[in-house]
Design a protein around this ligand. Structure first.
Ligand code: SF4
Length: 408
């Protein structure tokens, strides 16, 4: 498929082999292996984003990176650079299907089971099994090692979570994961792949597992449960960290965006702290394992100095903001400029500033939502309280009004 034709395909998540058009050029999503970037990979991506794109790098809610601002002529150069780093899949379908999130402190947190072999085996099955290529492109998996920083409460079609010497198996439903049983560590990847194959047989449309409907979901659940051990009442939630805990350092980027200089510098700081890689998380916080407490503190200070967030109380963290204008063509408002003004305002609740009603940056309700208006009211925001970007705005304001007037 030609690049132009590939870019026109709708319903695909962007990849390096199949970039997506955006307001600031093409964007390419890079999927690290097992949620970790070796330091040379991180530096190589920073260099490539500057050389072939506009140097802006987004962290995604699927624990990937997006390189922005590519031109038609520069995509090939990026692809070659990513291939040299060993981060390129064999083809666009394999790349689109490798949606696996891994708990970020595996191998760093001693309380965490090393579930990386499961994630590798699952990635291998997804790449080799032709039937699994038919999964919808947003269909995803998570593998959690049961440590202190957990992704088990995040949304994935099929979840695997370490539970003692077994792996609990979760199926996504409209109300969250249904933990249906346990399997052995050795069989976990194959069990997840088998569930995905059953889903393909039952799904009539390109929906997700949670869209199956009661009848097909009940059939899938009954088949899956037959092969699993008991799980009991498993209660899970995600557990996040920003700052230092033990030897792990959690580092956020304002609104999930780094520039090439920051990523390169962070890789340098991580190396000085004794780390071999940088981990990614679905809440867009990067994690680094330091050699000792002193190195962790030095790393945290260095990250702060290059404009990254290491304080869990930083007001920017209360605000989700999509790229907005000019990066996204669907928006007429500069969402991140507005978000920074709101961070400096007296408003203390959760905030979502969205360039349009699609609400890419946040699906959960927020205390205050500002959503860019399209059509005749370009450059204005709709105001929604206690809702999502898809709700009906209660009133309209100019972008210049956002900030001072929200004081609760
Ligand atoms: S919410 Fe709208 S403006 Fe923001 S990134 Fe998504 S499509 Fe673009």
């Amino acid at each position: 498929m030609s690049l132009a034709a590939a870019i026109d395909v709708k319903g695909w998540c962007p990849g390096v082999l199949r970039p997506m058009q955006s307001g600031d050029g093409l964007l390419a999503r890079v999927r690290p292996w097992c949620g970790a970037l070796r330091l040379d990979e991180a530096k190589g991506l920073a260099d490539a984003s500057e050389r072939f794109g506009n140097g802006h790098i987004d962290l995604t809610r699927r624990a990937n990176l997006q390189i922005r601002g590519l031109g038609d002529a520069s995509v090939r150069g990026l692809q070659d650079a990513v291939a040299r780093l060993g981060l390129l899949d064999r083809d666009a379908e394999a790349e689109a299907g490798r949606n696996i999130m891994v708990s970020p402190l595996v191998g760093i947190d001693p309380a965490e089971a090393d579930i990386r072999p499961i994630a590798h085996a699952l990635a291998d099955l997804l790449a080799r099994d032709r039937m699994l290529r038919r999964l919808p492109s947003k269909f995803g998996f998570l593998v959690d090692g049961g440590g202190h920083v957990s992704i088990a409460g995040e949304r994935a079609d099929i979840s695997l979570k370490a539970l003692g010497r077994t792996m609990a198996v979760g199926l996504d439903t409209p109300t969250g994961a249904d933990w249906v049983g346990t399997t052995s560590v050795d069989e976990a990847a194959e069990v997840a792949a088998a569930i995905a194959r059953i889903f393909i047989g039952l799904a009539r449309e390109q929906g997700r597992l949670r869209d199956l409907g009661e009848g097909p979901f009940g059939r899938l659940r009954a088949i899956v449960r037959k092969g699993l051990g008991p799980v009991g009442n498993l209660s899970v939630e995600s557990w996040r960290l920003i700052g230092v805990k033990g030897l792990a350092v959690g580092i956020a980027a304002p609104f999930g965006r780094l520039d090439a200089h920051q990523l390169r510098s962070l890789a340098g700081l991580a190396g000085e702290a004794g780390a071999v890689d940088i981990r990614l998380s679905p809440w867009r916080v990067l994690y680094v394992g330091a050699r000792d407490v002193e190195a962790a503190q030095t790393l945290m200070k260095g990250a702060h100095e290059i404009g990254l967030i290491v304080d869990a109380n930083d007001p920017i963290l209360r605000i989700d903001a999509c790229p907005g204008a000019p990066a996204c063509r669907s928006s007429s408002v500069d969402t991140r400029r507005t978000a920074r003004r709101l961070a400096a305002s007296p408003f203390k609740g959760s905030v979502h500033v969205s360039g349009c009603a699609k609400g890419c940056a946040r699906s959960a309700p927020a205390d205050l939502v500002l959503v860019g208006i399209q059509g005749g009211e370009q450059g204005r925001y709709g105001v929604i309280r206690n809702g999502t970007a898809r709700d009906l705005p209660q009133r309209l304001i100019d972008a210049s009004e956002a900030g001072a007037q929200f004081d609760v």
